[in-house]
Write a protein that binds this ligand. Structure first.
Ligand code: ASP
Ligand code: MG
Length: 458
């Protein structure tokens, strides 16, 4: 069994839906369960409709909802209309959902307030509609799709808007509802992003939550693999906008992927695949626009063939705070005093390096900076460097490859560095450079590590 999840751009219009269905059809042997996002942009539109309703702008509400309705009808006209009873059944459901949204939005206008519960009811409509539409479109193409309400399967707590699954209940429900369908060779189709409380109230799992749904469902049924189909080839050795030569990473461990996400890699948020990783279910990121590309495989172990660098990433807009003890050498309690001040001001520290008398940290939130410096002054002499960037090379057991360090520092010849830190887990080497040198640093490190044949085969 596999879970196949399609993101919004992969079901954005009739051609994309047809393409997605071909992908499912080609994987029938693997007993797929399909999870779909809302059509691209629809969730944002629904959020906009909620805001317009609260503001009492009925005209704007009507326009947005009419557009949302039209988007779905357009796909149905292309993919479902030939079978008139399917088409009529779909448009009936479409109208029913649209009517329901209008009722909720009218209530919001009357009250001038959006409750979390009402919001989830409205934003979940995107996935409700896309999944029903997908199931009908599958049947039209002779793939036996069977729509399943996510609320019957994904049981969550009551944190509307950011709900978390209750895995015990979800596992039981998923097995009861989905397995009999799979056994009959049907392909269950569910909307991502949606769950339900024990009492049956609709919840959502947070923006971008369809990946999370796929992982939850995959974990619940014990799938062999979870495939996240999106619009890029996978995770890359660097942001391709910065490095056109960036390559797709074929295999990466969950912790490496999490590290890259912190640096802003947006392809896959590791938090959302945690339920799968906990059960050691591999997650594969694939491209609906480039079906033959192998994508990136994320597993607990990652690439066990070798160790060394996986990717280079950069985080900009970082501030370095250097603190030198004004006390004598070796005085204890210095660090505790410093960090108590960070804690009081709720400033979170990212990198730390220390020497006997001084500590340097990076922070990426400057908003309490002035107060921070004032409060630190009695304890340490403080120097602040703004407009810095952290350039990080990520890879498990990074330095075990004895070439890597040399390559990185050679590549950085001529670039002044203000801090560097090897993560204790050996997962990354972070180097702080001035913002103006960051691109150059990333380019030459990427070139040294990924564009010249260096990694000795193990
Ligand atoms: N449609 C939801 C969103 O846009 C969930 C998702 O696409 O993953 O946030
Ligand atoms: Mg997404």
């Amino acid at each position: 069994m596999i879970v196949i999840k399609f993101g919004g751009t992969s079901v954005g219009n009739a051609d994309r839906v047809a393409n997605a269905i071909d992908i499912v059809a080609a994987r029938r042997e693997q007993k797929p369960i399909v999870v779909v996002s809302a059509l691209a942009g629809v969730t944002n539109e629904l959020v906009a409709a909620l805001e317009a309703a609260r503001a009492g702008d009925g005209e704007r509400v009507d326009k947005i909802i009419a557009d949302v309705r039209q988007r779905h009808e357009d796909v149905a006209v292309r993919l479902v209309q030939q079978k008139i009873d399917f088409f009529e059944s779909f448009t009936r459901q479409l109208d029913k959902q649209i009517e329901q949204i209008h009722t909720i939005l009218r209530g919001i206008t009357l009250l001038g307030e959006i409750t979390a519960r009402a919001k989830d009811k409205v934003v979940s409509i995107g996935e409700k509609l896309s999944s029903v539409l997908f199931a009908y479109s599958m049947m039209m193409r002779a793939v036996p799709g069977e729509h399943v309400h996510s609320e019957e399967v994904v049981i969550t707590d009551e944190r509307f808007g950011e709900a978390r699954p209750l895995m015990g209940e979800t596992r039981a429900a998923a097995r009861r509802v989905l397995l009999p369908l799979v056994e009959r060779n049907l392909v269950p189709v569910l909307g991502g992003f949606i769950g339900s409380t024990r009492d049956g109230a609709t919840t959502t799992l947070g923006r971008g939550g369809s990946d999370y749904s796929a992982a939850i469902i995959g974990a619940a049924v014990g799938a062999d693999e979870i495939q996240i189909w999106t619009d890029v080839d996978g995770m890359m050795t660097c942001d391709p906008r910065l490095i056109p030569n960036a390559r797709v990473i074929d295999t990466i461990s969950y912790v490496e992927a999490a590290e890259l996400a912190w640096f802003g890699a947006k392809v896959l948020h590791p938090k959302t695949i945690a339920p799968a990783v906990e059960q050691n279910i591999p997650v594969r990121v694939l491209n609906t626009h480039n079906v033959s590309s192998p994508g990136t495989l994320v597993t607990r172990a990652g690439d066990t063939r070798d160790h060394g660098a996986r990717a280079v990433a950069v985080k900009r807009g970082v501030t370095v705070v250097n603190m030198t003890s004004s006390q004598m050498l070796g005085a204890h309690g210095f660090l505790a005093k410093l960090f108590a001040i960070f804690e009081q001001l709720q400033v979170s520290v990212d990198l730390i390096t220390t020497s006997e008398v001084s500590v340097s940290v990076t922070i990426d939130d400057k908003h309490n900076l002035k107060q921070l410096v004032e409060r630190l002054a009695p304890v340490a002499s403080v120097e602040v460097m703004e407009n810095q960037s952290i350039v990080a090379v990520v890879g498990r057991n990074l330095m075990r490859d004895s070439e890597v360090g040399a390559k990185i520092f050679t590549a950085l010849r001529g670039v002044p560095m203000s801090m560097f830190a090897l993560g204790t887990s050996g997962l990354n080497l972070s180097i702080v450079v001035d913002e103006k040198d960051a691109d150059r640093a990333v380019k030459s490190i990427h070139e040294a590590l990924f564009e010249t044949p260096l990694r000795a085969a193990v």
